[in-house]
Design a protein around this ligand. Sequence first.
Ligand SMILES: Cc1ncc(COP(=O)(O)O)c(C=O)c1O
Length: 356
Amino acid sequence: MLPLEDERTQAYAEVFTRVLENLRRLLATDNDVLLFTSSMTGAFEGALQNLLSSGDGVLVVSNGAFGERWAAMAEAYGLKVTAVRHEWGHPWDLERIAAAASDTPGLRVAVGVHCETSTGMVNDIRGFAAATAPLVTVVDSASGAGACELRTDQWGIDVVVGGCQKALMTPPGLAFTSISERAWALHRQARLPRFYFDWTEAREALQAEVPRTPWTPAISLINQLDVALRQIHEEGMDNVLDRHVRLGRLARAGVHGLGLRLFSPDEDRHAAVTAVKLPADIDGDAFVNLLLERYGIQLTGSQGPLQGTVLRLGHCGFVDAFDVLTALAAIELGLAELGHTVAPGSGVAAAMQVLR
Ligand SMILES: Cc1ncc(COP(=O)(O)O)c(C=O)c1O
């Protein structure tokens, strides 16, 4: 149990500033990092509000549900959206992105999703930042940060937005944003209405004698995020990323062993979520419920055009090999229960080969 210190105290400020410092280390950045009490979508809206004015152009690169959500969000704010769409689960075409970035008048910001959680695809953020170099780049790293390589400063990413409930192993309710000098400069010209997520307010509160947030923070979540981030840095960022790569390998080998096909590409960088194509006669949502009710194993389906056809196995955050093996065993039992012929232990055995 940790005490719930008042947010105006030095004791709270110590935890809060340590969290910000550890987030900076996680994102490999020296930029400012701001923390908000909100799910990530709040901080995503905040990024649009703080960078843009009505009618400004935004380039959105999409290959899944969350890319599409960014396009919808920008449209809701009266921004001119140029969407560079790709088939879901397919890699980005950097030449097409670079052409759109240089040929479309009025663009100010380019948005891309790091790990497209809806498909498990981890996008080439380094290439994206290079292809859109004249624009302020915003990266949605909701499920990427802490699971997949992200070198904010080295790759030249202006704004990274993420949250605490995926690889950062904390219950939902906190979101963070890192902001480069170039993004601060655009922020000073931005005229969209903003209040709760106003970056200037948040930075001023950080610079107060006792650093804090402008509004009441979710103190208990910040305490939990502090513990999680310290755990991550004790394990070491390189080790954490390696562990995710290895879990991804186990999951993909297990899926092949079960005789199923992958939806996410069979490559090491797709290390946070493995998406699986289900046999045509299985309804994905019903299958997720079956695994949960029968075996207490929580996997997820997908959304949009993939709804009901794809099963997602998340392996980011507080996950080890035995969690993946257990999930594979449950999938095998679920398939067998629905009348599919699966050799006993075939998914687990294939994963064990990788593990050994
Ligand atoms: C890539 C991505 N973007 C955005 C979101 C939305 O985040 P939240 O539900 O915390 O608002 C998620 C959540 O799953 C996500 O995975």
